[in-house]
Ligand binder design. Structure first.
Ligand code: 4GO
Length: 263
C-alpha cells in the first residue's frame, strides 16, 4: 500500500511514520508513506490556503485551487489511488472499511483545516469521505492517522505472529475476550482458574463465551446486526434459562409472602 497525505501540517506525520508497526512496515517496504504540503501548491506571495466563505459567516474555508493542484499532483504519482477526504460528514469508519481499504494499492488522504474544504473539492475530486466518529476535530490529520494505522495493520506481513489480527476485537464481530498476564494475583485480584489449567479446549470455550457475554454487556448493538456463529445461540439460550430461573424463583418467593424468609 502506498499512502499519500495532503495537509498544511506535514510535520505532524514525520514522527507518526517512525514508530512501531507502521515504522517497521515502512522499513520493510510493506507500505510507503509521504505527506505533501498543500501550501506548496498555493500561489501568491503569501501562499494562502484559506479564504472567507461566500454568503458570510465565521471561520475560513480551504481554497479549492491549491487543494485541486495537490490532489492532481498526488494522483499523478499514484495513478490508481482512491482519494479519501477525512470529514465529520463521511461514512463512519469501522473494521470492515479498514479491511476494504487494506485491499487497495494506493490511497490519497486529504486532511482539511479551518471550517473545511470548498464543497466543489469533495464533489469533483474526492472518491470517498470518511469520518472516524461523531465528533469534530481541528483538522483531518488525526483522523487520517487513525485510518492509516487501522489499515496498515491489516496488510499481510505488517503484524508479527504474536500481534496477529485474527484475534482482534471485531475480527469476527465480537469484542475480544479478557486477557491476563503475570502475576497470578495482582492486588488481591486473581486470574481466572481455567486459564491456568493448561486445558486448551476449556480455555477456548471460556474465551468464546467471555467474548460473547462481554459483547452483549458492553456493545449489544454489535450483536443485533451480526449473524450468530455455531454454538453461540446455545450459549445465549443457556444464559437466558439461568436468568429465567432466577426470575421464577423471585416470583415464587413473592407469592409465598413477606414472611417466607426473603430479605
Ligand atoms: C474529520 C475531520 C472530524 C473528523 C474533522 C472525523 N473533524 N470525525 N475536522 O473524522 C474540516 C476542517 C474537517 C477540520 C476537519
Amino acid at each position: 500500500m502506498k499512502f499519500a497525505v495532503l495537509t498544511i501540517f506535514p510535520d505532524m506525520f514525520t514522527r507518526f511514520w517512525e514508530f512501531g508497526i507502521i515504522g517497521r512496515a515502512i522499513k520493510e517496504k510493506k507500505i510507503s508513506a509521504s505527506a505533501l504540503n498543500i501550501r506548496d501548491f498555493a500561489s501568491g506571495k503569501h501562499r494562502t490556503t484559506d479564504d472567507r466563505p461566500f454568503g458570510g459567516g465565521t471561520g475560513m474555508i480551504m481554497k479549492p485551487e491549491p487543494l485541486a493542484k495537490a490532489i492532481r499532483f498526488a494522483k499523478n504519482a499514484l495513478p490508481g489511488a482512491s482519494v479519501v477526504l477525512l470529514s465529520p460528514q463521511g461514512r463512519v469508519f469501522n473494521q470492515v472499511m479498514a479491511g476494504q481499504l487494506a485491499a487497495l494499492e494506493e490511497l490519497i488522504l486529504v486532511c482539511g483545516r479551518y471550517e473545511g474544504v470548498d464543497e466543489r473539492i469533495s464533489e469533483e475530486l474526492v472518491d470517498l469521505e470518511i469520518s472516524i466518529g461523531d465528533y469534530v476535530l481541528t483538522g483531518g490529520e488525526l483522523a487520517g492517522m487513525v485510518v492509516i494505522d487501522a489499515v496498515t495493520r491489516l496488510i499481510p506481513g505488517t503484524l508479527g505472529c504474536a500481534e496477529s489480527a485474527q484475534n482482534d476485537s471485531f475480527a469476527d464481530g465480537l469484542l475480544e475476550y479478557p486477557q491476563f498476564t503475570r502475576p497470578r494475583n495482582f492486588e488481591g485480584a486473581e486470574v481466572p482458574e481455567v486459564l491456568l489449567s493448561g486445558n486448551h479446549q476449556e480455555i477456548e470455550k471460556w474465551r468464546r463465551e467471555s467474548a460473547l457475554i462481554r459483547t452483549l454487556l458492553k456493545r449489544k448493538d454489535l450483536l443485533e446486526t451480526r449473524r450468530l456463529k455455531k454454538g453461540e445461540a446455545d450459549i445465549l439460550r443457556k444464559w437466558l434459562r439461568d436468568i429465567e430461573t432466577i426470575l421464577e424463583n423471585q416470583s415464587a418467593r413473592s407469592a409465598a409472602g413477606p414472611l417466607s424468609g426473603d430479605q
